[in-house]
Design a protein around this ligand. Structure first.
Ligand code: RB5
Length: 163
């Protein structure tokens, strides 16, 4: 199954924007803050973690990847201390295009040009208000399509070896 199929499933089966959010312990506090910033027309699901106890970011990147791959959400928000570990984990799923953003311009461009479906944030890197701006922009910005369509489609590969 490729990415296009997931996009088609979203548009025909889901109405309001559905979002999965997850973090490790480093992103827990920011995750809680972002949840409070969601408007009422957004359906969100919190895939953990649920405290500041130490956990592995890979497990939560995987939860986001599963939610996107299964088609139960349109978008994901993944947070760890740097944003890096959880973005690496989420991007291991073929259906995921996860983008680590540090400002709302990056969040806008990755929606317009890359049709990114997962926003990754580093809670120890950016301020709370900048993070919330990234989320709002990421949710509200549409993919531009056009010249970006074929480029995004060409990302749909997995390489296991160069032999
Ligand atoms: C946890 O200490 C930290 O390593 C994690 O949140 C993240 O930054 C990994 O990339």
């Amino acid at each position: 199954m490729g990415k296009t199929l997931y996009i088609n499933r979203f548009s025909s089966e889901l109405n309001n924007m559905k979002i999965a959010i997850a973090s490790d312990h480093g992103g827990y506090k920011l995750k809680e803050l972002i949840k409070k910033s969601f408007s009422e027309d957004i359906d969100w699901v919190d895939l953990g973690t649920h405290s500041t106890d130490s956990v592995n970011y890979a497990d939560y990147g995987k939860e986001i990847g599963k939610a996107i791959t299964s088609g139960i959400v349109h978008r994901g928000i993944a947070i760890c201390g740097s944003g890096i570990g959880i973005s690496i984990a989420a991007n291991r799923f073929k259906a995921v295009r996860a983008a680590l953003c540090t400002d709302s311009t990056m969040a806008r461009l990755t929606r317009e040009h890359n049709d990114a479906n997962v926003l990754c944030l580093g809670a120890r890197i950016i301020g709370e208000q900048v993070a919330i701006d990234c989320v709002k922009t990421f949710i509200s910005t549409k993919f531009e399509g056009g010249r970006h369509e074929a480029r995004v489609a060409s990302l749909d590969f997995g390489i296991d070896s160069i032999d």
